[in-house]
Design a protein around this ligand. Sequence first.
Ligand SMILES: NC(=O)c1ccc[n+]([C@@H]2O[C@H](COP(=O)([O-])OP(=O)(O)OC[C@H]3O[C@@H](n4cnc5c(N)ncnc54)[C@H](OP(=O)(O)O)[C@@H]3O)[C@@H](O)[C@H]2O)c1
Length: 266
Amino acid sequence: MPDMGKKTIVIAGGTDGMGRAVALDRMARGDDVVVIGSSAEKGAAHPWRFVQADLSSVAEVRRVVRDIGDEFPSVNALLLTANRIERHRRETPEGLEATFALYYLSRYLLAHGLPVTDVIISVSAPGMRVGRIHWDDLRLTRRWSRVRAQLQAGRANDLLGVAFAEETGGRVPFVIYNPRFTATDGVLRAGGLVRLLARVAASPVVEVVAPLVEWIDDPPAVPFAAFDRNKPVDIGLRTFDPADARRLSEVSKRLSTGPGTAPSPR
Ligand SMILES: NC(=O)c1ccc[n+]([C@@H]2O[C@H](COP(=O)([O-])OP(=O)(O)OC[C@H]3O[C@@H](n4cnc5c(N)ncnc54)[C@H](OP(=O)(O)O)[C@@H]3O)[C@@H](O)[C@H]2O)c1
């Protein structure tokens, strides 16, 4: 039976796009919604509880985990939607490649750090077979492109779901969701071909986030699941390899807790 009671929901990347759509829907239902984003202006646009942070910084994510954990002894649902397409290779204050740090490592830290009880939902790109983890150059120092960085972080998100379920014994269901091409403001504001394509091919945000809104009350009854829109993704795919998942989890632990959290060059 779905639990329709009032919930506490944390949305990392909730000031815009799909995260914002879920935030507004759940606020209208009376939930307490905590939204994390980097823009103070977007954060002030709605009466949610706003936490300003640059989630590409490990130190900032740790601060957010501490502050939210102090204020809320438990969080029903955690929604992970923060991402940004970098124009150029950028390193974070801790020396990490920015896409990996924001799109993947912040999700690892939030999932493991916050006191979530019901469900964790990560919006990324499960089911895609392109891209890989560059184990010998996670920071993509040798060859960086925005596509390569996005694909690496996308595959890392696949592995996060696998490792989280294994390490926590499935205590909290972890769901990853591929929204496909979605007409968020960012996509509609993009220039040229993307905007043109969005007008004809992108799905409306409200339609795309409907499953996310529902999973908050009625999570999948399994430790780990992946969906490509409404189609289940085969978690036997190589992109969900358990050995790779364990390996990435070890690396992530080191990157987020090591001295100064600086990565090794390899
Ligand atoms: N839209 C699509 O067609 C599509 C397709 C496939 C997958 N996805 C995936 O779906 C997820 C959500 O996409 P979306 O289109 O809804 O994204 P979006 O509209 O671009 O929103 C991204 C959110 O991330 C936050 N953010 C970005 N950089 C941040 C930082 N350094 N620190 C804190 N917050 C930060 C933004 O807030 P601030 O601006 O306040 O920082 C914003 O709230 C992403 O993971 C994306 O890769 C999207």
